[in-house]
Design a protein around this ligand. Structure first.
Ligand SMILES: NC(=O)c1ccc[n+]([C@@H]2O[C@H](COP(=O)([O-])OP(=O)(O)OC[C@H]3O[C@@H](n4cnc5c(N)ncnc54)[C@H](OP(=O)(O)O)[C@@H]3O)[C@@H](O)[C@H]2O)c1
Length: 273
């Protein structure tokens, strides 16, 4: 089984690579930090392919897919996982910030898919599928978050694309699965802080984070038996359904998060940080 993982240098992508390696998969490890990928590949025995690529550039997505085909001759699963968060209110987010986050999280997904589908659709089916596309969206796809509005919008866009693609690609026997993690222990929060030049408050009401390894293990199960959506955190699917049905109640919960973020931002401004 050949699996491309974008964003394999850290967090969920890295944990997924380790889990799949243990099961004998051939991996295409991709991210911008090629040195980190080379190190990971060496740790895993060196038989995988590391491709340095920035998915916010169409040429980066093209290179990952083409090098996978040149090296392994097929792609069984494409995991579009690369992404980051931004801590900004919607009204403060600049056009450049919007552009960059959509280029990475959304177009970095759709471009990899655009380049991969012609190859997947020509492969012989195995266990009923010619291939699978996994899109790592978020629980935030179903509910915008205060100060993470642009990020949540990219995750909602990924979910929308996954829903359309699932139906479009079914006749080609290509499975599509969207993944909706929530509060996972990775570099995501520190990277968001660095990019936003702001600190997050200590984790609030949904504080208990799950491990990247448990998300990766659930993703592997969804490769063995493809399903439309995967919500790795127990109860999160129902929580988000509830939020959609009762938006006023959800707003009240979210308002607590907004206040916590604003208090933290004001405190840090007062401290001159
Ligand atoms: N952690 C959470 O709580 C959580 C919750 C819901 C959804 N998610 C989603 O899960 C996915 C993985 O995030 P994570 O939590 O594992 O965060 P992470 O530890 O920060 O990993 C992010 C990965 O994306 C790569 N990446 C970022 N920008 C890139 C670009 N322009 N081109 C190529 N690769 C890029 C990074 O590698 P380089 O820096 O080397 O390029 C890194 O490997 C993201 O899509 C995120 O939105 C995370």
């Amino acid at each position: 089984m050949v699996v491309i993982i974008t964003g394999a240098s850290a967090g969920i992508g890295r944990a997924l690579a380790i889990e799949l390696h243990a099961r004998g998969a051939k991996l295409v490890l991709s991210a911008r930090r090629l040195g980190v990928l080379d190190q990971l590949n060496a740790t895993l025995g060196g038989a995988h392919l590391a491709v340095g690529a920035d998915v916010s550039q169409s040429s980066g997505c093209d290179r990952v897919v083409q090098q996978s085909i040149d090296h392994f001759g097929r792609i069984d699963t494409l995991v579009c996982n690369a992404g980051y968060g931004l801590l900004r209110s919607v009204a403060e987010t600049t056009t450049q910030e919007m552009d960059q986050i959509f280029r990475t999280n959304v177009f970095g997904t759709t471009e990899c898919i655009r380049f991969a589908v012609p190859h997947l659709s020509k492969q012989d089916p195995q266990a009923g599928y010619r291939g699978q596309i996994m899109i790592v969206s978020s629980a935030a796809a179903r509910r915008g978050l205060p100060y993470f509005g642009a990020y949540a919008a990219t995750k909602a866009a990924q979910l929308s694309f996954a829903e359309a693609l699932r139906v479009e690609l079914k006749p080609m026997q290509i499975a599509v699965t969207s993944i909706h993690p929530m509060q996972t222990e990775t570099d995501f929060f520190t990277v968001s802080e660095q990019i936003s030049a702001r600190r997050l408050p200590p984790p609030g009401m949904l504080a208990k984070r799950q491990s990247a390894e448990s998300v990766a293990a659930a993703m592997v199960r969804a490769m063995e038996t493809p399903k439309p959506e995967l919500w790795p955190k127990r109860g999160s699917h129902w929580l988000l359904h509830f939020a959609a049905m009762f938006p006023r109640i959800a707003d009240r919960f979210m308002d607590r998060e907004r206040r916590a973020i604003e208090i933290s931002l004001r405190r840090r401004r007062a401290e001159g940080k």
